[in-house]
Unconditional design. Structure first.
Length: 103
């Protein structure tokens, strides 16, 4: 019963979100709307990443010597230089693991 409720809730959520995408036709959006919507990922991404990197479990700011902050800095530098998403992700993960296990 619990699993069917979880699956049913997930399906309803998916269909509601997908309906907004499926029902809006490309020609319904003006050029200005498309330009404004192109900035949404850039605005949402930092709001998702900031708490995970800079805040602890209680919501307090972490110290600068925290491994998450150092690994994020390395990943940002690699991302700016390489412009490669996969390389940026791997460099952040590997540098985080090295910082944690080596120090």
């Amino acid at each position: 019963m619990i699993w069917s409720t979880i699956v049913f809730s997930g399906l309803i959520t998916y269909l509601l979100r997908f309906s907004m995408i499926a029902l809006i036709k490309r020609e319904m959006l003006t050029e200005k709307t498309k330009i404004v919507l192109s900035y949404v990922p850039s605005a949402v991404f930092p709001a998702i990443i900031f708490p995970a990197v800079f805040l602890d479990v209680n919501g307090y700011l972490l110290q600068i010597d925290n491994p998450k902050i150092l690994a994020t800095g390395i990943a940002v530098i690699v991302g700016l230089i390489s412009k490669n998403l996969i390389l940026t992700i791997f460099s952040g993960l590997i540098s985080y693991w090295i910082i944690i296990f080596a120090f």
